[in-house]
Design a protein around this ligand. Sequence first.
Ligand code: ZN
Ligand code: ZN
Length: 257
Amino acid sequence: MSGAHTHRHGGATTCIEIDLGDARIIIDAGSGIADLGRVAIGNPKPTLLLMTHLHWDHVLGFPHFAPLYTPGWSLDIRGVPRDGTGVLDAMNNISKPPLFPVDLRVAAAAQVSTENLPSTGTTVFHGAEIAWMPVAHPGGCTAFWFQLGGFKIIFTGDLELRQTDLGALHSFAQNADLLICDAQYTEQEYLRYTGWGHSTNLDAAALAVATGAKRLLLTHHDPRRSDDEIDTMVADARQMFAHTEAARDGLTVSGSF
Ligand SMILES: [Zn+2]
Ligand SMILES: [Zn+2]
């Protein structure tokens, strides 16, 4: 949530861009994709939108992504179907009346294609190697692995590490240059929200240690979390893994892409 207490970290829900130079990958269409669209609109290039899952906080920005209404854009949306709903149906369902003033299927000017993914797999997009695997989250979620030019990024998506097959995840997530991990809860909160599908800041730090990550970004901040509380969670995580920071709106990380 946005407000005076979130001015430093922002209040947007999940949306991450990986700029490949001649193309871009976007992960999830949370409210952050609206700002991304405003920045990117003058720079159309092939865009792959990968969906970790279809929970509301990860799709709600989609109809507000301005490039959808802009000729010259092409958008390839891929994700694993959830509860029998594929990515195309999910996006169409939220982008039409009564939830949205126009029907995106009529209003869209961009070239949009969609593809349902199997639960695990690999692909290549404009030179970026991509792999994915399922993680523990109510209704399912996908963690993504990216590599380009030797730089590895892992994004866990929403996951409850204490309900996840850690052996499989640890081998999947080895030696990331950048590990972006769900850290919604404090240890104290987790006692109350066990089974809700999210991890703690210390779970994320332990994953960074176990997988040999170089840098950890805590993300999926609880909607009620203030900047100061996030700072405390980062400080606590740094006791276990020193190179920990909090994801925030507009944060840019440079790699050797
Ligand atoms: Zn979720
Ligand atoms: Zn979420």
